[in-house]
Design a protein around this ligand. Structure first.
Ligand code: T4K
Length: 416
């Protein structure tokens, strides 16, 4: 392609992606879909160089050199040897529970991705759903304590959207009742509390490295744990239980991360701080533009000692005040090529496969949040101009065009 043609193609792509401008008939849809997230991709030549090494090694999986390098990097990042990589977060959590011998009942949240509960199911553990807190949507410690029975063996809270759970209260409950505390930290890579990695709270934490996560390895999962004795068990469980060529010590499965995943993880890790910073600016812009819009609610800012990763952008839509239901807003945004998501609706206990469970907690907060939640697009490469246009559309859908103009003036004064 000639230089001039290439420039024109780039210009076309940018304007196609960007424009949801105010036209004579109102807002025009974006030229290309704006998804809730897009994976960060490292420079292609860096990945190609890594592939060349893999080609030369002819070693694709089963604890290859790239996987070992990735493990070493994560071990340094978390400052512990107690790390174990898997081919995805679901199997990591499933094996985490199995390796720790969790059984009976586990108290958990219904406001999460379905994999949290599936990991219990595959271990024949009964999930006991209790309510969440209205501010950051994590498990309510009071509800947890009220749900403990003689069969309870563990608590499985989720740092949903990367919001840290009530770490101290949950630790105290676990201690008092001699329960294991296992965190689903799928959304929380990069989050720190008082300078400490979120993965160091509780007995064990699982991170998902799925492509939709801020930090990813295409697919992948990681366990961080306190008891170093568990490492051997996890290594057996993810590799068929092999001790050596002739001995199988337990009925494991195949949950190994391969070399191509590990390579992606190594290259994306280099960009973690830059990704968090870009996402932070996007989140600030959403807040500046939308926080005073009637009927839109943001979770309150996190405590000052939390270093957040800005991996999700949840808002709640109050139909009566906003003038449109969450579902209507979700649908209308799609008409503009904006694919926000209703994470996490429906609640897990309302999925057909879990409907039969007896649930004592009325889950009133979780139900209200699930009916109002909408997660807006956020990812490092999302242009601020696009965020601005998404906000224009939301404001216009709720309150009309005049409000957009007033809002624009206001945030420009505040932010610039
Ligand atoms: N626990 C929690 C709390 C979790 O949130 C998850 C996963 C897990 C456990 C399990 O971890 P993993 O086993 O997945 O490692 C997505 C992800 O598949 C899932 O990993 C994630 N949580 C969940 C919250 O979101 P979907 O069904 O919403 O994904 P999908 O395919 O609709 O993707 C969302 C958007 O992302 C697409 O509209 C476009 C964009 N996208 C997606 C992919 C895969 C891309 O641009 N490129 C891509 O390659 O579940």
């Amino acid at each position: 392609m000639s230089g001039a043609k290439r420039k024109s193609a780039i210009r076309k792509r940018a304007s196609g992606r960007r424009k949801a401008a105010i036209g004579p008939n109102g807002f025009r849809p974006f030229g290309q879909p704006i998804y809730v997230t897009r994976p960060f991709l490292p420079p292609l030549d860096e990945y190609a160089a890594g592939l060349r090494e893999i080609w030369e090694n002819r070693w694709l999986t089963n604890n290859g050199p790239v996987l070992q390098r990735f493990t070493g990097l994560l071990s340094r990042y978390f400052e512990t040897d107690n790390v174990c990589l898997f081919n995805n977060g679901t199997l990591a959590l499933q094996i985490g529970l199995q390796g720790m011998g969790i059984s009976g009942e586990v108290i958990t949240t219904p406001f999460t991705f379905v994999a949290t509960t599936h990991a219990l199911y595959w271990n024949k553990i009964r999930p006991v759903f209790v309510d969440i807190e209205p501010d950051n949507y994590t498990l309510d410690p009071k509800a947890v304590e009220a749900a403990i029975t003689p069969w309870t063996t563990a608590i499985l809270p989720v740092h949903v959207f990367g919001h840290p759970c009530r770490l101290e209260e949950l630790a105290a409950i676990a201690r008092r009742h001699k329960l294991a505390l296992i965190y689903d930290a799928a959304h929380a890579f990069g989050v720190r509390v008082s300078g400490k990695h979120i993965g160091h709270f509780g007995d064990l934490s699982m991170f998902s490295f799925h492509a939709t996560k801020l930090f990813h390895s295409c697919e992948g999962g990681l366990l961080i744990f306190q008891d170093s004795g568990l490492k051997r068990t996890f290594d057996y469980l993810k590799n068929f239980g092999f001790e050596n060529e002739t001995q199988v010590v337990m009925p494991g499965t195949n949950a190994k991360m391969n070399e191509l995943q590990a390579l992606m993880g190594i290259l994306v890790l280099k960009h973690l701080d830059e990704m968090i910073d870009k996402s932070r600016r996007i989140a600030l812009l959403y807040r500046a533009r939308l926080q005073d819009v009637s009927g839109i609610r943001f979770p309150p800012p996190l405590p000052r000692d939390v270093r957040y990763n800005f991996s999700y952008m949840p808002i709640e839509v109050d139909e009566e005040v906003f003038g449109m239901s969450r579902d209507a807003l979700y649908e209308r945004l799609r008409e503009y090529n904006v694919f926000a998501r209703r994470y996490f609706y429906p609640l897990i206990c309302d999925f057909a496969c879990y409907k039969g469970l007896v649930i004592k907690d009325p889950l009133s907060v979780a139900r209200r949040v699930a009916s109002r939640i909408l997660t807006l697009p956020i990812y490092p490469d999302l242009a601020l101009e696009d965020v601005d246009s998404i906000c224009d559309i939301i404001i216009a859908l709720g309150g009309g065009r005049r409000q957009v103009i007033a809002q624009r003036r206001k945030w420009r004064d505040a932010v610039l």
